[in-house]
Design a protein around this ligand. Structure first.
Ligand code: F6P
Length: 323
C-alpha cells in the first residue's frame, strides 16, 4: 500500500487529533503517503484533500476537536454522492481508508467498500461509547471527566440552596456516559434509556434519599425513555411539592477540551494498529480495546450489535442510598 486516506466523521470527540497524528506518523514511518480528507464524507465528495506531513500533526496530541474537520453528510447517503467520492479517491490514487468515527461513519464506509472494493479500517471515535467490540471509544473518557467536573461544581450550588438538580448528559440513545459519570460524581440517581423510568417511583426515591440531606443530583441521559431533563422535571414536579428543582443541560461542553491520558493513549495505540492492518492487507475491521489489549472486531459486528452498559452499576448506586 503506497497511499492511504484518513478522515474524521460524525460528532467530533477529544482524542481524534491524537488518532490522526498516530495514523499520519506511523504511515510515514512505513513510507506510506497520507491524504487527510477534510470534513469527512462531504470532503470526500468535494475532493477537499490535503497531503499530510509530520509538520501537520506536530503538537496536536493535546488538542480537542479535529484538525481535519467533521460533518454529518446527507450527500454521501446517495449512490451519486458515493460515486463522486470514489472518483476523487481514485484520482488521488488512495488505496485504503482509515475512518475515525461512530456507527454512522462505519456504515457509510462499509457501503463504499462494498460498492467499490476499497479497503478500510475503523477507529471508534465518539463520546457516546456506544460501539460494540470495544470497552472504550476515543473521547469517552474525556467526556466522562468533563461531566464529573461539571457535576462537582453543580453540587456546590445545589447543596448551598437545598436544591434537586437534574443534569442532562449526552450519549444519544445509550446510557454509558450517564451511568458511569453518575457513579464517579456521587450522584444520587441516574436515568438511562436502557431501563424504564418510573416517574412516581423516582419522586419517592428522591424524597427518601433527600431526608436530612441538603441536595440531590440526578443524572439524566439525553435519550432516556421518559425524555430529557427538562421533560422529566416537568413530569416529576407535581410529585415533589415543596422541593426546589433545577435543570442543567451540559450539551456540547462534553464534546470539547483537551483529551485525557486515557484517550490520547487509546487513540495513539489504535491509530498505529490501523495503519499496520491496512499495510498487511486487512480490511473491514474496527480497532478497539479490551482491558489493556487491542481488540479487533469486524465492522459488520460492530454495527449490527448494540453496546450495552453494565446495568449492575445502577444497583450499585442504589446501595449507596439511605435505607
Ligand atoms: O454522537 C455524539 C453526540 O454528541 C451525541 O451524544 C449527541 O446526541 C449528538 O452527538 C449531538 O449531535 P450534534 O452535535 O450534531 O447536535
Amino acid at each position: 500500500m503506497n497511499k492511504i486516506g484518513v478522515f474524521t466523521s460524525g460528532g467530533d470527540s477529544p482524542g481524534m487529533n491524537a488518532a490522526v497524528r498516530a495514523v499520519v506518523k506511523s504511515a510515514l514511518h512505513y513510507n506510506i503517503e497520507v491524504i487527510g480528507i477534510i470534513d469527512g464524507f462531504d470532503g470526500m465528495i468535494k475532493g477537499t484533500f490535503k497531503k499530510m506531513n509530520y509538520d501537520d500533526v506536530d503538537n496536536i496530541i493535546h488538542l480537542g476537536g479535529t484538525i481535519l474537520g467533521s460533518a454529518r453528510s446527507e450527500a454521501f447517503r446517495t449512490k451519486e454522492g458515493r460515486e463522486k467520492a470514489f472518483k476523487n479517491l481514485s484520482e488521488h490514487q488512495i488505496e485504503g481508508l482509515i475512518v475515525i468515527g461512530g456507527d454512522g461513519s462505519f456504515t457509510g464506509t462499509k457501503i463504499l467498500n462494498k460498492e467499490f472494493d476499497i479497503p478500510f479500517i475503523g477507529l471508534p471515535g465518539t463520546i457516546d461509547n456506544d460501539l460494540y467490540g470495544t470497552e472504550a471509544s476515543i473521547g469517552y473518557d474525556t467526556a466522562l471527566n468533563t461531566i464529573v467536573k461539571a457535576v462537582d461544581q453543580i453540587r456546590d450550588t445545589a447543596s448551598s440552596h437545598h436544591r434537586i438538580f437534574f443534569v442532562e448528559v449526552m450519549g444519544r440513545d445509550a446510557g454509558f456516559l450517564a451511568l458511569n459519570s453518575a457513579i464517579a460524581s456521587g450522584a444520587e440517581s441516574v436515568l438511562i434509556p436502557e431501563t424504564i423510568t418510573d416517574i412516581p417511583a423516582l419522586a419517592e426515591e428522591i424524597k427518601t434519599q433527600n431526608k436530612g440531606k441538603r441536595s440531590s443530583i440526578i443524572i439524566v441521559a439525553e435519550g432516556d425513555d421518559a425524555g430529557g431533563a427538562t421533560e422529566i422535571v416537568k413530569k416529576v414536579k407535581p410529585h415533589l411539592e415543596g422541593y426546589e428543582l433545577r435543570t442543567t443541560i451540559l450539551g456540547h461542553t462534553q464534546r470539547g477540551g483537551s483529551p485525557t491520558y486515557y484517550d490520547r493513549a487509546l487513540a495513539t495505540r489504535t491509530g498505529v494498529e490501523a495503519v499496520e492492518l491496512l499495510k498487511d492487507g486487512k480490511t473491514n475491521l474496527m480497532v478497539g480495546i479490551a482491558g489493556d489489549d487491542i481488540r479487533l472486531t469486524s465492522i459488520a459486528e460492530a454495527i449490527e450489535h448494540d453496546a450495552k452498559p453494565d446495568l449492575a452499576k445502577e444497583d450499585l448506586l442504589k446501595k449507596l442510598l439511605t435505607a
